[in-house]
Write a protein that binds this ligand. Structure first.
Ligand SMILES: Cc1cc2nc3c(=O)[nH]c(=O)nc-3n(C[C@H](O)[C@H](O)[C@H](O)COP(=O)(O)OP(=O)(O)OC[C@H]3O[C@@H](n4cnc5c(N)ncnc54)[C@H](O)[C@@H]3O)c2cc1C
Ligand SMILES: Cc1ncc(C[n+]2csc(CCOP(=O)(O)OP(=O)(O)O)c2C)c(N)n1
Ligand SMILES: [Mg+2]
Length: 570
């Protein structure tokens, strides 16, 4: 049958199983919007800023196993989307972005709302396509989905000039799965390398399991749990991996890195065999690589992206493949080789427990000032530890990661690699569209929330009801903390003067606002939000202790074990 490009695009999206598209219209995409109007196979969610469309599609993907989709117009629509695309790229999130483009005949002529979207996004997409012939459109969209979700996932952009959306051609629905000769990611690990890993693990006296976002992306939590039980070794999840292993289990030693636990960092540094699973030795995790390299240890690294291997730290046993496939083979080989001797690592556990006894996460409560950590702990109690929690970027993000013990994967949604302020609220929209019956909380700061606060309007339109917990310290707190520690307490432009009255502001958007100033009111307010106001968006403005810092902390350039545990170390 013959269809125009807009019809083909809409059909292809629906055929991919897309149920929600986050977007914002404009001249270059009006034929596409006209087709969206005529169909009922997926829902379009009209955001208030293109950045939020991309973040929402990104979180839709993070919190489900689906590929998030967004649609923006040419020029400013595309440039507004860039922060969202770069955010997803840094965290390896599968996503398809459709952008409108000026008609092919005028590309390069400074046409109205023209920008070089392919050029601008090239460094922050897994791949991008400019469609130059309507005959290529359907196959390009199918390839975009295939590339986004296979191998190391990532955002893929399809730039569609306006004339392509009205040009006609014969349309044939897909008959076979996409295959590409030039792109064939390896999923199965090399059996010889897996054997070497088994031998190392069997010989380990001080084994350590370091896991990351790759375990979540691979849906390999069950396999990870099995491996940890078999090895009986301490396990840590990076900020991106939280929830892949249950935080309430004894073998879990907390998050590693700059704001990781004392026990996780000490174990990372003093182990003799480190198995890294879907984690990329980020600078926020290993600290100064020279310091990290000082201690001799054997490293096994499982990653689907060969370019991740030995990128920052030289490893001894690289295994390229999908975490799930590789762990299944590793567990089978380990069992066939008689497993490991748990008694042999008892002295190592004694050491780890001694580190844990430092109780680095303790904090002092106050009758007068609301402690941000306590707000997060109370949220955990009220939601039974089972909510989807999105966060923005700053101190509040770290407290959310440290004090909301995630026991399931895909519940913790945040920007790790790019560290993008403003993601929290649009992330909650994407999460709730993908998980309509679940509790969704946003942990944010008064700085971050203002970067996408217009999305309160989108939430009202679509009856989205996340509970927004604003840890309002009247500071760009994370910046203030660095200025206190590294810049002689010169608080240059990190104080938030002239804040809006958030209660009135959210009420103006049609939601419920609560201001909480006393510690005794924290729990009742959170209970009210998740009880009486379950179906409403509630903004809880917690006026918190301004001087609180995130501990532990490894200063930039310092070694992983050179941690400051509290203000006494300043
Ligand atoms: C304010 C702030 C503070 C931070 N502090 C910390 C901190 O203290 N501790 C911390 O941990 N992080 C911290 N981060 C986050 C940090 O910047 C990195 O984003 C994070 O550490 C990277 O996590 P990861 O190593 O799990 O990698 P990810 O970015 O999640 O990468 C996943 C890896 O897995 C691989 N992979 C993907 N899919 C598969 C698959 N199917 N099979 C196999 N491999 C796969 C990828 O190729 C990649 O190498 C902080 C961020 C911010 C904004
Ligand atoms: C878009 C963007 N701009 C700047 C930064 C740098 N930055 C990181 S944390 C932070 C402060 C965040 O303040 P707030 O949201 O109030 O959170 P708090 O740290 O006070 O909890 C800033 C400015 C960033 N991460 N993202
Ligand atoms: Mg703040």
């Amino acid at each position: 049958m013959e269809l125009n490009g807009a019809e083909i695009l809409v059909r292809c999206l629906a055929d991919e199983g897309v149920e929600h598209v986050f977007g914002y219209p404009g001249g270059a995409v009006l034929y596409i919007y006209d087709e969206i109007y005529k169909q009922d196979r997926f829902q379009h969610i009209l955001v208030r800023h293109e950045q939020a469309a991309v973040h929402a599609a990104d979180a839709y993907s993070r919190s489900s196993q689906k590929t998030g989709v967004c649609l923006v117009t040419s020029g400013p629509g595309a440039t507004n989307a860039v922060t969202g695309i770069a955010t997803a790229y840094m965290d390896s999130i599968p996503m398809v972005i459709i952008s409108g483009q000026v008609p092919t005949a005028v590309i390069g002529e400074d046409a109205f709302q023209e920008c070089d979207t392919i050029g601008i996004t090239r460094p922050c997409v897994k791949h991008n396509f400019l469609v130059k012939d309507v005959k290529d459109l359907a196959e390009t969209v199918r390839r975009a989905f295939y590339i986004a979700r296979t191998g190391r996932p990532g955002p893929v952009l399809v730039d569609v000039p306006k004339d392509i959306t009205i040009a006609r051609c014969k349309y044939t629905p897909a008959t076979a799965p996409v295959t590409m000769r030039s792109y064939a990611p390896v999923t199965k690990g090399h059996q010889g390398q897996i054997k070497k890993a088994v031998q190392l693990l069997k010989s380990a006296e001080r084994p350590m399991i370091y896991t990351g976002g790759g375990v979540i992306l691979a849906n390999a939590s069950d396999e990870l749990n099995t491996l940890v039980r078999r090895l009986g070794a301490p396990v840590t999840n990076t900020l991106m991996g939280l929830g892949a292993y249950p935080a309430n289990d004894r073998l879990f030693v907390g998050m590693p890195g700059m704001h990781g636990t004392y026990e996780a960092n000490m174990a990372m540094q003093h182990c003799d065999v480190l198995i890294a699973i879907g984690a990329r030795f980020d600078d926020r995790v290993i600290g100064n690589p020279k310091h990290f390299a000082q201690n001799a240890r054997k490293i096994i690294h499982i990653d689907i992206d060969p370019s991740s291997i030995s990128k920052r730290v030289k490893v001894d046993v690289p295994i390229v493949g999908d975490v799930r496939d590789v762990l299944q083979d590793l567990i089978a080989q380990l069992d066939a080789a008689g497993g490991t001797d748990h008694a042999a690592i008892a002295p190592w556990w004694e050491q780890v427990e001694a580190w844990r006894a430092r109780d680095c996460m303790k904090f002092a409560l106050s009758d007068e000032l609301i402690k941000p950590q306590k707000v997060v702990q109370t949220l955990w109690e009220v939601t039974g530890g089972d909510a989807f929690v999105t966060s923005d970027v700053g101190q509040h993000q770290m407290w959310a990661a440290q004090y909301y013990g995630f026991n399931k994967p895909r519940r913790w949604i945040n920007s790790g690699g790019l560290g993008t302020m403003g993601v929290g609220l649009p992330y909650a929209m994407g999460v709730q569209m993908a998980n309509p019956d679940s509790d969704v909380a946003v942990i944010t700061g008064e700085g971050s929330i203002q970067m996408n606060i217009q999305e309160l309007s989108t939430c009202f339109q679509y009856h989205l009801s996340p509970k927004v917990l604003c840890l309002n310290n009247r500071y760009l707190g994370m910046v203030r903390q660095w200025q206190q520690i590294d810049y002689g307490s010169r608080y240059s432009e990190s104080y938030m003067d002239a804040l809006p009255d958030f209660v009135k502001l959210v009420e103006a958007y049609g939601h419920v606002g609560l201001r909480i100033e006393r510690p005794a009111d924290v729990e009742p307010a959170i209970r009210e939000a998740f009880g009486k106001y379950k179906k409403r968006l509630v903004f809880l403005d917690f006026i918190t202790d301004q001087s609180e810092n995130v501990w532990p902390m490894v200063k930039a350039g310092k070694g992983l074990t050179e941690m400051m545990l509290g203000s006494e170390d300043l």
